[in-house]
Design a protein around this ligand. Structure first.
Ligand code: NOJ
Ligand code: NOJ
Length: 711
């Protein structure tokens, strides 16, 4: 078809209108710096939505009741866009924007409380009246998203599919579909909710997923109506050009279902997902479950282990080895370590300055956050040294009003400089992490992506300086000035020539409270791949590979010997569709137009779109403490007959021992073969006898399959 140039232009703008974000390759978030905003507490841009009639009385203009609305809204964030752009952040993570609980649920002393934080939804298909407008329309939301996009800033929506609102007061969990009542916790004929007690054991996989989190009405995602409702709500947000999602409480939503939730979004269009899986650290009993989830679901995780270690080291006085050990452990376990989302403060923990009121330390921790591996999140107000220490400064005192928008604080400048470095030096976004020199107070580490190198030195001690001898770096011989230009006391170094990527640095003194950043970049001799996203998907799902040196002429992306269909190609980013290859894990290979190959990167090709199915095995073989029943089967989604904790599907859940069950996302329309196995505490595997079970996965909705263990 021949089209006149102007007709082509019109067509192109129409396509952009229709597909919007789908064309902007939002999967690669590693170059972003995320800024987390509690929408109600940031800026009041529209006073007409402060006390809407459908939820009147939940607003406190005096800002003395910390548990009700204070007036911040989407229009307010929009009005502060140049402040945010100046800060250098490139993505905003906002509170859940959807319609929340309308009624006051007084606290123990009779004081009003409201869902000002957004975690008590009533209608996932409308915008909260305090955030948008009194008619719950999308107008303010859309204006906010396009203002952000016009400033090169992406939008991440906090999405909370685990629950609606309080199950014992107020609206009793009421759920609406764009205004139409669906069900409530106390009016639930179709089983939209789980009716179980509050979670008491936070290490019990069954309780975590099927019990109630803090009296919040727990949605039953295995119900086909709930499944399609939540996926439609996510898709609606994608249609409103949201670039990514922070999934609330992923540990409490049915884990298998979440694979299908992310897959539904990736099937619709590009997006980035990260989940809140609260972990005590790398020795948490569910640490292994957490990284198995991150490595297989397409959902990255907020890095709670690094968060704890950072706070221990910078706010308290633990030595740097705690942080170094955490990174070493996690980097060995997470397949896509640079996709993990790292943070220092959040709406759920006391602000750093409430723990240790030392702004030097906050600056040092912020510099670390922005140069460590992973995608950094700045919690709103940290750049203004905001804190309120009432009761130790935890929730709600960590959600204080954003009372200052100064663009001259040290932290504001620091964030801007390091966000710019993330754009110019791929070591930060895509590089490995290597410790180069360490004691309790000093941490010197290197981020390296081919010849893009960033070397960072931190001394967090309040008074002691250290003499740094024997430091090596991959930086080439020469002189390097401090990238921060002395903002945190840094200075230049001299690198001498050595061997094997270990070039000695001339000894220097690192004074108390210093951060120095030395860096270099080099153009790529061959294509260099640093990122793939999403990390899992079936044929035809759109994927982005990022890095450098791809050339401007279209080359190829290979899955084995099969070439993917290329959607767009630039020197730093290639968008393509997953080819119709046999399912499995691939080391994807990019080649430039001259045929020069890049390093490979891992991606899992699914058999088909995912459908959540609950597998039950009755009267299973007996187990002892530490033994678990797992599911394994003949497709990549079922572990390709794997028999280890990491490759089989599980552990299954056993509230009705000796019957075990698990919700698992499996390929739509496929006939799958499967069996159950016992993996004993010592790793010994016992298979059930007999022939394989078979099951035809439905093409839509949810599924259930129930069999007996074959002895
Ligand atoms: C975790 C959120 O971060 C927290 O603030 C919220 O209250 C709970 N999930 C429940 O949604
Ligand atoms: C739960 C235990 O943790 C698990 O190891 C065991 O197999 C079952 N209960 C059955 O005893």
């Amino acid at each position: 078809m021949l089209l006149h140039a102007s007709a082509r232009r019109v067509l192109r703008s129409l396509l952009v209108l229709i597909f919007g974000a789908a064309l902007c390759g939002a999967q690669d978030f590693k170059k972003q710096v995320i800024y987390q905003i509690v929408t109600d507490r940031f800026f009041d841009g529209d006073t007409s939505n402060n006390n809407p009639s459908q939820s009147s009385g939940l607003f406190d203009s005096t800002k003395t009741n910390w548990q009700v609305y204070w007036g911040g809204d989407l229009a307010g964030i929009q009005q502060q866009m140049s402040y945010l752009k100046g800060l250098g952040v490139t993505a905003l993570w906002i509170s859940p924007p959807v319609d929340n609980l309308n009624l006051n649920i007084p606290d123990g002393s009779g004081k009003a409380t409201a869902a000002y934080h957004g975690y008590q939804a009533r209608d996932f298909k409308r915008i909260e009246e305090h955030s948008g407008d009194v008619n719950n329309t999308w107008t303010a939301f859309d204006a906010f998203v396009s203002a952000a996009h016009n400033n090169g800033i992406k939008i991440i929506v906090d999405f909370a599919p685990n629950h609606t609102n309080d199950n014992s007061a107020g609206e009793f969990g009421s759920l609406y579909d764009n205004g139409t009542f669906l069900a409530a916790y106390n009016n639930d004929p179709n089983g939209y909710f789980h009716h179980n007690p509050n979670i008491s054991n936070f290490n019990d996989r069954y309780q975590l997923q099927y019990y109630t989190l803090f009296s919040l009405s727990d949605l039953n995602q295995e119900n086909a109506s709930v499944d399609s409702y939540l996926k439609a709500a996510l898709q609606q947000l994608q249609q409103h050009h949201v670039d990514g999602f922070r999934i609330d409480a992923v540990k409490h939503v049915t884990w298998g279902w979440e694979y299908s939730m992310a897959n539904a979004a990736f099937t619709f269009g590009p997006s980035f997902f990260y989940g809140e899986w609260f972990l005590g650290g790398t020795s948490d009993p569910l640490y292994h479950d957490a990284y198995k989830f991150a490595n297989n679901s397409g959902i990255s995780l907020l890095d709670f282990s690094v968060n704890t270690a950072m706070r221990d080291v910078f706010a308290n006085n633990n030595g740097f080895s705690e942080l170094d050990n955490t990174l070493t452990t996690e980097n060995a376990n997470f397949t896509w370590q640079n996709d993990q989302v790292i943070f220092l403060d959040s709406h759920d923990v006391a602000r750093f300055l409430s723990v240790n009121n030392n702004t030097n330390r906050l600056n040092e921790a912020t510099a670390f956050l922005l140069t460590c591996r992973g995608i950094p999140v700045i919690y709103y107000g940290d750049e203004q040294y905001l804190h309120n220490d009432t009761n130790g400064g935890g929730d709600p005192y960590n959600r204080l009003w954003m009372s200052s928008f100064s663009t001259t604080t040290t932290a504001y400048k620091l964030i801007g400089q390091l966000a710019a470095l993330r754009q110019s030096n791929d070591g930060l976004a895509y590089g490995g992490f290597q410790q180069r020199w360490m004691n309790n107070d000093v941490y010197i580490y290197e981020r390296k992506f081919f010849n893009d190198i960033v070397l960072v030195a931190i001394n967090k001690n309040d008074t002691t300086s250290y003499s740094i001898t024997g430091l090596n770096t991959a930086l080439s011989p020469g002189s390097y000035s401090d990238y921060l230009a002395g903002l945190l006391g840094g200075f230049g170094i001299t690198v001498n020539s050595g061997t094997g990527g270990n070039n000695p640095v001339t000894a220097f003194t690192l004074p108390a409270h210093t951060v120095a950043v030395w860096q270099a970049t080099a153009s790529a001799a061959a294509p260099e791949v640093g990122s793939i996203g999403p990390t899992v998907g079936q044929s035809n799902v759109q994927v982005t590979i990022a890095g450098k040196g791809f050339g401007s002429a279209t080359g190829s992306v290979l899955f084995g010997t099969s070439a993917a269909g290329i959607v767009s190609w630039s020197d730093t980013q290639v968008v393509f569709k997953v080819p119709g290859v046999s399912p499995g894990v691939y080391n994807v290979q990019l080649k430039n137009s001259g045929g020069t190959a890049a390093n490979t990167i891992q991606f899992k090709v699914l058999t088909a779109k995912l459908i959540p199915v609950t597998f039950t095995v009755n009267n299973a073989i007996s187990t002892n403490v530490g033994d678990y029943i797992f599911l394994t089967g003949n497709t990549v989604e079922l572990g390709n007959w794997g028999t280890t904790f990491d490759t089989a599907i599980g552990p299954m859940l056993d509230p009705n021992i000796p019957n075990w069950f698990l919700n698992v996302s499996v390929p739509a329309g496929q006939t799958v073969q499967f069996k159950f196995i016992k993996i004993a505490a010592n790793g010994t595997v016992t298979w059930e006898n007999g022939t394989n079970h078979t099951y035809i996965v439905p093409t839509s909705g949810t599924g259930f399959v129930n069999v007996n263990w074959q002895f």
